[in-house]
Design a binder for this molecule. Structure first.
Ligand code: PHE
Length: 517
């Protein structure tokens, strides 16, 4: 076991299950509950599963194996691992978790805070009849990214609570903090989701809702005949990347705590399958309830289905108030839904914290606890940008860049491993570690197929953002201040950090050789 900040080595996961649940915990997040099912519904229903599974096979699984292989073979956080492969790449290794923290974690913590508040509102159905108005008033939203307004004290206080929870979990070494938390969180999340799915299936209209969720519309994905089909394909890749927490170096970090003997391929496949199965499963609870609402109001599902935040904080609360369950059960259904979001969110947020904590403790001789405290306080202050009246509008801008950064991150990882470290060396490492054999086709995938597809997706995505400018749809000031500035300052910081000497470059210890996780 590692001493705090000592150079005698780093902590290891206590068990394979602990590692897997932590990795699945990172992957399964808010996105699985409110992003997947709507994205599927809006992009061809059941037919969306074709681009989705293609993205999983072409990019998701190969990159998950690649991230695990980097972390495990180099035994280090993202910057250390990149540095060990090629010195000049350290800057990229810092940039990825920094963008992750600023472009994802800062707002992610605030959204978890909304879920915490809505969890408490469930007990009194405090959102009233006009849930849209309630949500705007709750956020004190200005509707524009440039009207900051006052700080929302209530949301700020709950956000502090969320950061305190992250601090409490991450403070201890990985096997005591994150692992223990996920061993409780993940089964609980599954249980809550199962209760929600079963309860929503009893509702009138639920089956119709689910039919709409899965009804295939092949025209939407038809690249040859539908000029807009590329948008569906890019959303499938975006969803896979965001959902599997790829491209930011999180899985590299988690894999760096695995013992020498481990089943990299098995672990990667399990993480991906569990994440995608959970997304599809949670969609039943979402669309079951939407079907019920449409049935109640006598309208089509398109009238009630909304994406992201609007789904969770406007449509769902309204549905909860109308559920035909006896009083307390209705409240409990609402509480279970928001608690599921909180748990899914926190287990992802801690993985983002860990990626940077691990990098800093690898580089500097500072106690882990102190790094965690510093990052959580800084993170709380960073989150305050999203607690202003402009918060939700800024989120939209930053989100677009976060998606692109993820894909760029994945592309850079592919280039580093496949072309600099050499895909064959990485594959050899995976196969020498034990577990399921990695077939040679993986080399071909990460050398050619995955990077080529990612370049196309990135190009289309950037083209989409640029067209927002040229058609005058973008808030240019907000894009420059929040989007581009984040990219530029993180790159500058990342460069600054490369100036310091590495503190910890620990290899695997001989006594770990026999452990198979
Ligand atoms: N995978 C998480 C989700 O689906 C979000 C996340 C993205 C977490 C990137 C870490 C890194 O919500």
């Amino acid at each position: 076991m590692s001493g705090e900040g000592g150079d005698e080595g780093r902590a290891l996961w206590g068990s394979r299950l602990g590692f897997l649940l932590a990795a699945i915990g990172s992957a399964v997040g808010l996105g699985n509950i409110w992003r997947f099912s709507y994205t599927a519904y809006a992009n061809g229903g059941g037919a969306f599963l074709i681009p989705y599974f293609t993205a999983l096979l072409v990019a998701g699984i190969p990159l998950m194996i690649l991230e695990y292989a980097i972390g495990h073979s180099q035994r280090g956080s993202t910057p250390l691992a990149f540095f060990k492969i090629k010195k000049q790449w350290e800057i990229v290794g810092w940039w990825l978790p920094m963008v992750a923290t600023i472009a994802v974690l800062f707002f992610y913590a605030v959204v978890i805070a909304w879920c915490v508040d809505y969890f408490t509102f469930s007990f009194t159905l405090g959102w009233g009849n006009d849930t849209a108005k309630f949500f705007t008033e709750y956020l004190k939203a200005s509707g524009s990214a440039s009207t900051l307004g006052d700080l929302n004290i209530r949301v700020a206080a709950t956000t502090a609570l969320v950061w305190a929870a992250c601090w409490a979990i991450c403070y201890r070494e990985i096997n005591h903090g994150i692992e223990k938390a996920c061993l409780v969180f993940m089964p609980l999340l599954l249980l809550l989701t199962a209760v929600l799915v079963v309860a929503s299936l009893t509702l009138d209209g639920a089956v119709d809702g689910i039919k709409m969720y899965l009804k295939p519309d092949f025209n939407k994905i038809d690249l040859f005949h539908n000029p807009n089909a590329w948008k569906v394909w890019t959303s499938a890749f975006g969803q896979i990347f965001f959902s599997l927490s790829l491209g930011f170096g999180i899985m590299i970090t988690y894999a760096s705590y695995l013992p020498k003997k481990t089943d990299i391929v098995g672990n990667a496949v399990w993480t991906c399958v569990a994440n995608c199965a959970y997304s599809i499963f949670a969609g039943f609870a979402v669309f079951g309830v939407l079907g019920f609402m449409a049935h109640e109001q006598g309208v089509g599902i398109a009238e009630v289905a909304k994406p992201g935040g609007a789904l969770a904080f406007i449509v769902y609360p309204k549905a909860i108030s109308q559920l035909p369950f006896p009083g307390t059960l209705r409240n409990l259904f609402g509480a279970a839904f928001f608690l599921a979001l909180v748990i899914a969110g926190i287990s992802s947020a801690i993985s983002l914290v860990e990626a940077l904590v691990c990098a800093i403790t690898d580089k500097f001789k500072i106690k882990r606890g102190n790094v965690v405290t510093f990052l959580c306080v800084a993170g709380f202050l960073g989150s305050m940008t999203y607690v202003s009246s402009a918060g939700s509008s800024i989120m939209d801008v930053v989100n677009a860049y976060a998606d692109q950064a993820l894909i760029l991150g994945g592309l850079l990882e592919c280039l580093l491993v496949a072309w600099i470290m050499k895909a064959s060396v990485a594959r050899q490492h995976v196969n020498d570690s034990g577990g399921i054999h990695l077939p040679k086709i993986w080399e071909f995938m990460v050398k050619y197929v995955t990077p080529a597809v990612l370049i196309v997706i990135l190009y289309l995505d950037i083209k989409g953002t640029v067209s927002l400018f040229t058609t005058g749809k973008a808030d240019v000031a907000a894009h420059v201040i929040y989007g581009l500035r984040i990219i530029a300052t993180t790159a500058l910081f990342a460069w600054g950090l490369t100036m310091f000497k590495w503190y910890r470059k620990s290899p695997h210890k001989p006594e770990e050789e026999h452990i198979l996780t």
